[in-house]
Every structure is written in C-alpha cells, then in structure tokens.
Design a protein around this ligand. Structure first.
Ligand SMILES: [Zn+2]
Length: 121
C-alpha cells in the first residue's frame, strides 16, 4: 500500500482477511478468496510478534512464532468494552491498556499503531 497517499486509506479492498491476508472490499460479508466470515471484522493488522484483528466487540491477538512467519495458535481475545486506560505509546510504539485489572502492552509497528488509533479511540 502506498503510504504517501492521503489519510483516507479506507478505499476498496482495504479489509485484510485475518485468515488468508487478502484484501477485501470494506463491506464484504465473506472473504473473496478463503470464504472466511468477515461480517464482524472491522480491521486487521499484520505485525511482527502477532497479528491483530478488531471486530465489532473484540480486539483479537493472534500470536506468531519468533520469526513472525506463522501463527502459533495462541489467541488472546479482549472485549472492547472491558479495555480500560488505553494508551498509544510513542517513542517505542506500543498499545497499552488495562484489562481485568492487568496491564497489557503490545509492541506494534508504528504504522499499525497510527491506524489502530482510529478504530479504538
Ligand atoms: Zn481470506
């Protein structure tokens, strides 16, 4: 994706399928390639130690292996309405919030952190 374009990145095919990584039209119901149900997927971000999916009700963290090439199968699911004290770290880019009274820190690529802000604010 060309990051020099304007901020309106929600054009066609901007909804990345969390299952197969293919770009889909924003309001699609099922992935055009793997048929995964995307009705509740709001956004998806591929990052180094994990992939992050935002649905209407959850932030979902798909853990990846050390090399960031494959998912380990470990999934952390956070209900959006239970996320407290959300912070967007800057010098080191990270997403920080309190969940069930525990502090969760997710180090993220800067470009993903900027985009995620729009969805969680
Ligand atoms: Zn797919």
């Amino acid at each position: 994706m060309d990051s020099n374009q304007n901020n309106d990145i929600i054009g066609d095919f901007s909804l990345i399928c969390p299952e197969c990584g293919v770009g889909n039209p924003k309001n699609t119901e099922n992935c055009i390639v793997c048929d995964k149900d995307l009705k509740h997927t709001v956004a998806f971000f591929e990052d180094d130690p994990f992939d992050l999916e935002i649905t209407e009700e959850h932030l979902i963290e798909y853990r990846k292996n050390f090399w960031g090439t494959d998912r380990t199968g470990k999934i952390n699911k956070y209900a959006l309405n239970k996320i407290k004290k959300l912070e967007f770290g800057s010098s080191i880019s990270r997403l920080i919030f309190e969940y069930n009274r525990k502090r969760v820190i997710l180090p993220l690529r800067e470009e993903n952190l900027i985009k995620i802000k729009e969805f969680l604010k």
